[in-house]
Design a protein around this ligand. Structure first.
Ligand SMILES: [Zn+2]
Length: 85
């Protein structure tokens, strides 16, 4: 199990988006407790906070997915329409 370096939430499970079926070091993740973007630095489940350099090197599509996921976690009563505002 891992732990969010921001809020301390313990991770006992994960979901992988995309073609890979297992997490890899360097994968971008997000805490479902607080919505903080994270980077997987060691298996199993050792994370660090996402930095500006990480964001700068990320493609725009991934940044958008991350921002939308973060917003939905931090605003659970929001709708998808709120994301387009
Ligand atoms: Zn967290």
């Amino acid at each position: 199990m891992g732990q969010c370096p921001k809020c301390g939430k313990i991770f006992g499970a994960h979901a992988v988006a995309g073609d890979d079926s297992s997490p890899q070091v360097g994968d971008v993740s997000i805490c479902f407790g607080c919505g903080t973007p994270l980077i997987l630095v060691e298996l199993p489940y050792e994370f660090r906070l996402l930095g500006q350099d990480d964001l700068d090197s990320m493609d725009p599509g991934t940044r958008l997915i991350l921002a939308r996921a973060q917003y939905r976690i931090q605003h659970p009563d929001s709708s998808y329409a709120d994301l387009e505002k």
